[in-house]
Design a binder for this molecule. Sequence first.
Ligand code: BGC
Length: 443
Amino acid sequence: MERLYTAVARLEKELAVSAILLQDIASRFQEAMSEGLAGRSSSLKMLPSFIGSPTGQEQGQVIAVDFGGTNVRVLLVELAGTGRSRIAARRTFPLKDKLGYYDYTAVSASGPELFDFIAGKISEIVSDGGIYPLGYTFSFPCRQQGVDKAVLINWTKEIKTVGVEGRDVGQMLQAALENRGLERVRLQAVINDTTGTLLTGAYSDPATTIGAICGTGHNTCYLESCQPVTKRPMIVNMESGNFDGVQQTKYDILLDQASEKPGAQRLEKMVSGQYLGELVRLIVGSLAADGHISSGSERLSVPYSLPTEDISAILGDTSPELEVVAAVAAARWGITGLKVSEYKAIQTIARLVAMRSARLVTATWAGVLSKIDPGFVRQHTIAVDGALYEKMPGYAEQLANTMVEMFGDKAKKITIRLSKDGSGIGAAIAAATVYKGKYCNER
Ligand code: BGC
């Protein structure tokens, strides 16, 4: 029978992204961008945002709502107009109660209920009097029909709330605010979180041409110098999580088949925080089924029983006996008393899955860079937000190293930088741009 280390070596091969594969993915990605931009069939949606790069001078006090997944954040942001911003107040709240009292992300919840809940949280942050411009980050694929009009194409990240797909989510939020007597809070812009991340990066660093989220979900946007409809520079939300140009392993196929929307968001299912833990569980499960890991626990077969935060913990475990890995296996799957070599195998699988994610993401960014600046004439900053980038041990390093592997010396022109709270602050920047525009027009 195959031994544990042979099985792990086989997995290493299966999950590897070789140098040739990196280049291949980058060129497929570039091709998919061109097809999508030209309006031809492509797995990249290339959605217009109706927003370009900020000047860095946008200023004022703005409310930002950041709806990115199962948590919603409401922020009061002060933009200084000198490329600097400050979060004056913030509230984060879950859309799904831990004790099960409510779940606005489930099929039992309706759109109006969801937006009324969010409007209620906004009311907690506004003081009496005054008009508040509102910027709204809504991190799902939307057909943008103007800067403040965004129709949800479909939910991602396993959210199922009914009556929102096909509707204008900006209008739904504004209606919920008005129902609560909050007409003073006026929606100016609806943006994707990648757009927010790019705007926040570009607010202080004009070389920022790409914005990306490496968190629960995954997606990238970029500054297109000539958007085909307006023929003007515009941020384009690629919805790159839906890219389908990467070969799936049998574990990716299993995960996809059991997901809410099989076939959709194929790249996201290979790289984002929503799914990495599940991929690790499926692979560890297959090792256990083949008798390489002495599990005996039923809990290993429970879908999504390994949250991605645990992968960060597993990767950060440098203890000789792999105590953290052992604690995670016991807490999540009820697996105890394994040999160190077995815990080591679990850690290796977590590393392979996480590093594959970073390499695939870099390949897509390489595709974008080659498209927007084929001669590598300019400096480029890639602004990134999300827990994988910020917190997963080795993830940010892998992105940077893979860039060097792909571009050699030219990679010196590329900076990858954390855009902390980018999606929220970016909503405020977007709103300030639009609000200032209106104000100027009125004068
Ligand atoms: C959504 C994108 C979003 C990304 C990161 C994906 O599931 O489709 O719109 O930008 O997650 O939050």
